[in-house]
Design a protein around this ligand. Structure first.
Ligand SMILES: Nc1ncnc2c1ncn2[C@@H]1O[C@H](COP(=O)(O)OP(=O)(O)OP(=O)(O)O)[C@@H](O)[C@H]1O
Ligand SMILES: [Mg+2]
Length: 252
């Protein structure tokens, strides 16, 4: 069977710097994978190349067996949700409008249906009562949950998350992680760049460790966290674990 998302041999360079040196991975339907690795190693670049926010120099991305190309890019991108570290909400729009604008403007959903859909997704992230609030009136954790609802409202096949909790105070991380865990349990296919061990240990099917533009190793959290094969993975995980034990229970 075809994978839901398949990335084959992606290469990307910025000027002299070769950032992705041939990255391949596959996500099956309903799988969650967490990408970890040192800063500057190409994790964000990988996500941005997957939906061609930054077009890769070489390699292919297939969604449900169909290759992303310049011609089908808009249609394909609609099926790939993206949740950013800094939320990226429209500050002049209420939560409800942030969530329904995509279906209305991009998918042509009528206002009534888009409103119902948006309310369903806001409810799913526990924010139905904040539909009329502007982003500035919401906490960081609430803003990130609105941005997850916004991604969900497009009914994507997969959602890419780039460090969704790293801009949040530790006490707000948990509410976002619990929404993400619920999505994973509901069968959403998710590729998550995060050093959040709470999510990685309990909701990820696999951990992907990247370093220097390569995938060094990947495997189920049980194995990767307890018996990594590579020294680079081991030393990185020690740094993450040390952060995690600094009393905040989960951010890194
Ligand atoms: N638009 C760009 N133009 C030039 N260089 C870039 C650009 N985006 C990223 N880079 C460089 O590519 C490398 C990888 O960056 P990337 O943001 O993918 O790393 P990362 O693994 O996400 O790091 P972090 O953990 O800090 O978010 C870095 O050296 C970065 O400076
Ligand atoms: Mg990054």
């Amino acid at each position: 069977m075809t994978s839901l998302l398949e990335v084959r041999d992606l290469h990307k360079r910025y000027g002299e710097t070769e950032v992705l040196k041939g990255v391949s991975l596959a996500l099956e339907r309903g799988q969650s994978k967490v990408v970890m690795g040192p800063s500057g190693t190409g994790k964000s670049t990988l996500l941005r190349c997957i939906n061609h926010l930054n077009p890769p120099d070489a390699g292919t991305v297939l969604l449900d067996g169909e290759e992303l190309t310049a011609r089908n890019l808009n249609a394909m991108r609609q099926q790939i949700g993206f949740v950013f570290q800094d939320f990226n909400l429209f500050t002049h729009l209420r939560a409800l409008d942030n969530v329904r604008i995509g279906p209305m403007k991009i998918l042509g959903t009528d206002r009534k249906a888009a409103t119902e859909l948006a309310m369903t997704e806001l409810d799913r992230v526990g924010l139905a009562d904040k539909a009329d609030s502007y982003p500035a009136e919401l906490s960081g954790g609430q803003q990130q949950r609105v941005s997850i609802a916004r991604a969900l409202a497009m009914q994507p096949k997969v959602i890419l998350f780039d460090e969704p909790t790293s801009a949040l105070d530790p006490e707000l991380t948990g509410e976002v992680v619990s929404v993400m865990k619920q999505l994973a349990a509901d069968g959403m296919t998710m590729l998550v760049v995060s050093h959040e061990l709470g999510f990685a240990r309990s909701a990820a099917d696999e951990i992907v460790f990247m370093d220097g533009g390569h995938i060094v190793e990947q495997g189920p959290p049980d194995r990767l966290f307890t018996a990594p094969e590579h020294e680079r993975t081991r030393s990185f995980l020690q740094v993450i674990a040390a952060h995690d034990h600094q009393g905040d229970g989960g951010t890194a």
